[in-house]
Design a protein around this ligand. Sequence first.
Ligand code: HEC
Ligand code: HEC
Length: 362
Amino acid sequence: MIFEGDIHLGAKILTELIATEIKMNRSLTFLFLILIVVTGCNNRNSEAYNPVINEKTEEKKEIATKIHSGKKLMETQCYICHSPSAAEKEGRIGPPMIAIKAHYIDDETTKEVFTDAMWNFLKNPSKDRAKLRGAVRRFGVMPYQPFKKEEIVQIAEYIYDYQIDEPSWFKEHWENGHKKKRKPYKNNGKIAAGVSDMTVKDVGLSYALGTKKVLGKNLMGTIQAKGTLEALTFCNEKAYPLTDSMATQFNATIKRVSDKPRNPNNKANIEELEKIEYFKELIANDKKTEPVVEKKNGYNQFYYPITTNTMCLQCHGEPNEQITSEVLATINSLYPNDLAKGYKINQVRGIWSITFKDAKNE
Ligand code: HEC
Ligand code: HEC
């Protein structure tokens, strides 16, 4: 919920915030916000997002009145890499979901066969079993992520039973982008109820977790392939540009800030410091942490804690214990004013501070 511990928020503002949040969640303005956020302010693809209910579709298609649970799961867990709004050539980190539907489902495929095929791939993604050869060449095999089977089943059901969002470039790409002529793909199914039930919090969280995944994947990859020392250079040179490029993709401002920054540019401001204290208290007391969202002049300001695990301590733990002397020397020379040492696991290392726009200001 809204950040209730914030003493600087007057009761009136708080009530207003709650009211706007509730209104926003339910209203069409919110749908519009989602559309803009997802399409990155780019209306080029908007026809792909507004399932136009013309007479033709109306006689044939069933329009779902209830939102399918798989829709939201897909939007929060898969769209970060399988977004239907990313451009064909640039900035994409994976194929749009329709490409997966097109490769996995033909006239003969039953829902069970599709669900099993998808789960079989996701529980252990590998090059041999990938059906999207072109995508593997371009993006590499999908990185393994510990998804829950029951959630994948719901996502598969949604993809199978519903028309899913597809980028406007996809049809052309499918028909003409390959040497061998392909059978037309199908995007059959019910039309999803119009209003997405992604709350502002869900949107912010999908940005934070998405950026974390991309950062984490790169960092882990570098540590494994080249060691901690080399990974340090990665953090030093690449962390910021990466966050920045994720921000461009989402049309948002994404910051990782800390009360004890390594890089002085990542120093938390007063409001962010308050949130850090708030999250620290929750985590110290084993309480569940929910994102905090505040509204400011038509912007959503989103906060979510970044906590430490064992891996982090190689660079953020005790000097000469978890941080080897070699790594320590490099840290100290790159960051003479480093404050980000001495952490233990499951502590608040900092927060995501993400700003994204409201529809009203577009
Ligand atoms: C971190 C990025 C990322 C996330 C998150 C992600 N994927 Fe993927 N996925 C990829 C990439 C890259 C490919 C293309 C390469 C490949 O096919 O392995 C892919 C391919 C796939 C494929 C096709 C595999 C094949 O080639 O046969 C399926 C199915 C799939 N993803 C399902 C999902 C589902 C469902 C979710 C959400 C629960 C999801 N993915 C989330 C990156 C991601
Ligand atoms: C290989 C060394 C290394 C590892 C491992 C590492 N970090 Fe860092 N971290 C750095 C460096 C270097 C910076 C400064 C990056 C910059 O200059 O922007 C940094 C910066 C950060 C920041 C931004 C705030 C600040 O202090 O400048 C956060 C938050 C952060 N790290 C969290 C983590 C977490 C959480 C983990 C574990 C999941 C982790 N780090 C693992 C080296 C590392």
